[in-house]
Design a protein around this ligand. Sequence first.
Ligand SMILES: *Cc1c(COP(=O)(O)O)cnc(C)c1O
Length: 465
Amino acid sequence: MLDDILDFSQDIRQRPVWQPTPPGVAQARAASLPEAPSELADVHQQFLTEILPYTCLNAHPAFMGWVQGGGTAVGMVADMLAAGLNANVGGRQQAPVELERQVCHWMRDLFGFPTTASGLFVTGTSMANLMAVLVARHQAAGPTVRQQGVPQTSGKLVAYTSSAAHGCVAQAMDLCGLGTDALRRMPVNARHQMDLAALEAQIEQDKAAGLTPFLVIGTAGSVDVGAVDELHAIARLAQAHGMWFHVDGAYGALGMLSPAIAPLLRGIEEADSIAFDFHKWGQVPYDAGFLLVRDGQAHQATFAAPAAYLRRECQGPSAGTLWPCDLGPDLSRGFRALKTWFTFKVYGSDRLGQVIAGTCELAQALAQRVRDEPRLELLAPVTLNIVCFRYRCAHPDQINAQLVLALQSSGVCLPSSTMVEGRFAIRAAIVNHRTTMADIDTLLQATLAEGDRLTMSRAAQGEQA
Ligand SMILES: *Cc1c(COP(=O)(O)O)cnc(C)c1O
């Protein structure tokens, strides 16, 4: 099994980035619960023929669809060790808990947070953002919010983010009981950053209406175009109005590992909390999200709950006062820290930073080729690693939508799409350490060929009509 999966990683370029599950294979999924045992080798064979080929390969160098990381062989075997240990990292006196704390200390130092900061591995930034909203809510509403819920009456809590924020920010407001109406989505400027004048005006208006602004969420690396909000200025506004400042840095925050990218993130070190993923730019295998909170006490006060069966002792396996389960909703937790620790130890943070900077250089090169090609048009400024562009033609929204689907179905490369200022865009997010200029060329050539084909067949159809 190890040989086969390593071969898969090595030969991944020869595979289609995506292909649909054929009907015959899909039918096999309907098989009922196996009562009798099978040979391990037979089940592995089934994995090789029925599962592996029909996986959307974000590990493929020509995958540029969504902001997804490539993973590494180091992370893979580390995760195998974690599975073998089968540690439950909810708590107790044990090395896996200490290792998670060590990764937290690394991140604390990377982001310039104080020694009193706390952090926790979670599934991903969607969960980390939700938890940050809960910590901010607890700070604003006070500890009684845990027994009484959110007060329905006076001083309703309101939060702020930009219209470019990820959908999980609104979802976090929904899930924590404040509701999405309590989230103000501010317009963005030409660089797709939150409009700070609009933000300030909205805060004043809400205060005058008797509402309580409690949280502002900045984005470091927006999901559609890769924009970075003016974090330092947001930090000052948050401080002036007594609001919690959270940064959704799902992929962008780890730009701190690159001396070339870190200056773009100025102000992130002033956040009250940062959510980010090791599984995106950090290249750690899924899943490995993280929440870092400046005030570790506030973090713990939001989630910790005493339980007789989780009693802490002065010594023995139940020693230790702060357990990971005190910092989030999960009790049983896997050992996500191990694959992350291995990745940092084996590659070193400099090299990971170089990979991050490299994806941004590829994005700039792609943007330049788009500018140089008369048949293509750039639709958004390129700050980090995401390029939004389209094929120039009549009916561009319709044609480009067909174009993206054709590329995705071809298995040759996999871009995605988004809307930029009401215009349909082909979106290439370059996150994977395996992606090279050859893959950028593949994307460009396939886009031009498909665009030419679609517009020509349309013209031919027009002639026939
Ligand atoms: C990917 C992403 C998320 C969601 O993170 P998950 O790890 O997929 O839960 C949130 N915000 C931004 C900006 C993202 O790019």
